[in-house]
Design a protein around this ligand. Sequence first.
Ligand SMILES: Cc1ncc(C[n+]2csc(CCOP(=O)(O)OP(=O)(O)O)c2C)c(N)n1
Length: 920
Amino acid sequence: MSSLPISSVFNDGYVAEQYDIFRRDPAALDESWRQFFRFAESIGGAPVGDTADPDLLRIAVGASSLVQAIRLYGHLAVQIDPLGSPAPGAAELTPEFHGITDADLEKLPGIVLGFPERATGADVMARLREVYSSRLGFEVWHLSDEVEREWFRQQFRGGDLLRPLDGAEKTALLRRLTEVDGLERYLGRAFVGAKRFSIEGNDSLVVLLDAAILEASTAGAREAAIAMAHRGRLNVLAHVMGKPYATLFSEFEGRYAPGPGTGDVKYHLGFRETSELPNGRTIDLTLVPNPSHLEVANPVLQGLARAHQRVPGAAPGTRNTSDLLPVFIHGDSAFPGEGIVPETINLSQLRGYTVGGVLHVIVNNQVGFTTDPIDARSTHYASDLAKGFEVPLVHVSADDAEAVVMATRLAVAYRTRFGKDFLIDLVGYRRHGHNEGDEPTFTQPSLYDKVKEHPTPREIWAKRLVNEGIVTDDEVKALEAEIFKQMEDAHAALKSGGAPAEGSSEATSESTSTPAATGVRREELLSINEQLLAWPAGFTPHPRLAKQLERRREALNADGGIEWGHAEALAFGSLLVDGTAIRLTGQDAERGTFSHRHAVLHDVKTGDRHIPLGHLPRAQASFEVYNSPLSEMAVLAFEYGFSTAASDTLTIWEAQFGDFVNMAQTVIDQFILSDRVKWGQTSGLVMLLPHGYEGQGPEHSSARLERFLQSAAEDNGVIVYPTTAGQYFHLLRRQAALEERRPLVVMSPKSLLRLPAAGSSLSELESGSFQSVLDDVAMRDRASEVTRLVLCSGKVYYDIVKERSDQPVAVVRVEELYPWPAEQLTHVLDGYPNVTEVVWAQEEPKNMGAWTYAAPRLGAVLGTKLPLRYTGRPERASPAEGSMGAHQKEQARIVAEALAVSPDAEEKGLGGKRQKAGAK
Ligand SMILES: Cc1ncc(C[n+]2csc(CCOP(=O)(O)OP(=O)(O)O)c2C)c(N)n1
């Protein structure tokens, strides 16, 4: 039955017509109109015209706006805080605000408001308040898709997702809460004062995760993956992930150092386990390791999830998003505070990044370390920023474990149905200080007065079940004792020698720089080149671009004709044919910031896209390329996460300019360059960081090579500054072939992209391998004449050799800076027996670039035989000059000094003729 359109009461003319019909032939109208007019007459008036009953209009309009108000603002009246601070409420939630009374509502038939199943307006309001203002606070009407809003309307009208728990579920919940609470109390007693970042106060987080995993599994998921910070992590590890109590206890005793290197604290460690669920299915569970830096593990997990959701053998980008449920667990201070949060949520619906929706949980304990919400955020709820991304939300008290399950069912069902994010704001409290050694009453005395008096979630739930007659007090106590005993037994067994084995504390340090044969047969390269230039019939690329790309045909025949972008395309093509998948992302990565790549072509007539590397006839793996959103931290973390899970894929992230990579410094420090020694995790991620001094100013010159070199240790990555297209070709192919995966940091060029001297020939791609040191071929025949050796890395090489006339100066390039190629350098140096001075030349300032890293290492190579000088920019606070004129002057000086060291430069240099090589 269609319901009466309430808007019609504003439209006198239309209502008059309907009323006319009603008076002539009531059967001609549908039931809602009939009820409306009957009601109107019953209260003694006509609904329209001169005789329209103003009271009727007042009640109908008022009631209908009250309905809307309850839907919209009902969440403000939910008692969400378990510690009892009152819900703010809203004037709009009262009938009086809308000019009506409870008595008016008693008179109004429910059907007038579109609720034929409710007798009166008062019944309608009671029902709405039960849904919107009792246990769950919903915020969903900000969604712009009406299908989604309608779905929520259906659920709220009585959908099964919001059903209460049955008896068995209730007792299972009691056991769970007893385990959660029991573990914290056991740890607190057995390891007094040890940090555990207890879950207490938000115990139902474990209940939430149980429910989410079960619901996702029932909907077909075979995996669930969780990213979370410290709070409650040990409890999640033990109870959701199934990490044995004994392992946990042994970590508390400091007896277990997992991983191959220096390890990490116990509340950062990841875990993987296959779990059997009450629905009879099994599910693979992953808790990703996280660093202290809050919220950064989330985009890492999103990348991992994306990798796990791939469908082997299917078209590029094909994923089964229902296969894996990703869960991000946030803190209530961190969520609104850390910029990585919106950066990550912004990935949610992007084609290169979507994982079919993330379940977000804010573990809202209403305090961040010692900071109150009033100082932590400018919004009412901790979750508010998610609304801007159209994420539906539910606020729920962590004390109401049953409501937590309802919220979770709704969340997982929404994700399953729409493939989008959902957020649960789980509002609890923190029973202890930030950690268990902290005294919370120093800073939150009155809050902790309340906490002290407040029963635990387990006690609340047990009391309810006792009241409902589901369990007895004795059974509650017996359960508690049984669970405590399990922990005692596990601990006793550990003490009596059953400890898990100690992990090794040595990181392996095999060098990754062994040259691999990475050449590709000439015929293969010719064929790939041809295939990349074969656009589909009817496809019209931009004419200028077509011409530019077609030059790649002749380029293969020209000496040094293969430019950087071309070499990259051939490396990618050959890898795809070999069976290595490729994923390339970055800001404007499809075209390439410097317009050198054009991995995606656009039909100038239709706008259609064509990705030549995605259509190689003999490709055995997929090629994916995406322009990223304007982010560095979230997207780099995403690619890192992807790369950890997709070992069959060459995963590449390209920075717009290398300078901007420092926005992602956390990801580099906490994950990319330290994961192996902390967590035994490996990644073969490639970072392309455009670097080089071309006079573009302080923020378009430097990818901060020095920072990567400073972090280089324990074989934790490879750092290169290649100078030819061929070197880049071999480098990419070597990276794909590594058995022991390591991240690869590439100072990649801007001006070399099209510099003829940096181009390579087909023969260079056909054979050979990446060379960590490039000798000066031009001086090979005159090696014995050479008295001065200039060592450098990267683009400055070309600036120097351009100015060299017939001076007896050899310019040798260190192409791989880490691992440091000591042997190769020694070998090259041995070829110049008459060298009397060695210069390290760089265009970066002295406190930046490779100098401080290279100097002591070169010293070791040179020994005391040869002096080592520095030429480059002096120490600077900012990487480069702002004006082109100043840049050119500096650049010319550096080149001149490199070729003929002036007495003045000697003074500035680190090494002088009289100093020992490599000193300082
Ligand atoms: C990026 C970052 N900044 C600061 C910290 C230090 N820190 C650790 S926990 C914490 C409070 C977090 O509060 P909240 O998000 O509410 O989580 P809770 O600890 O209350 O569960 C702070 C400031 C950190 N770990 N990471």
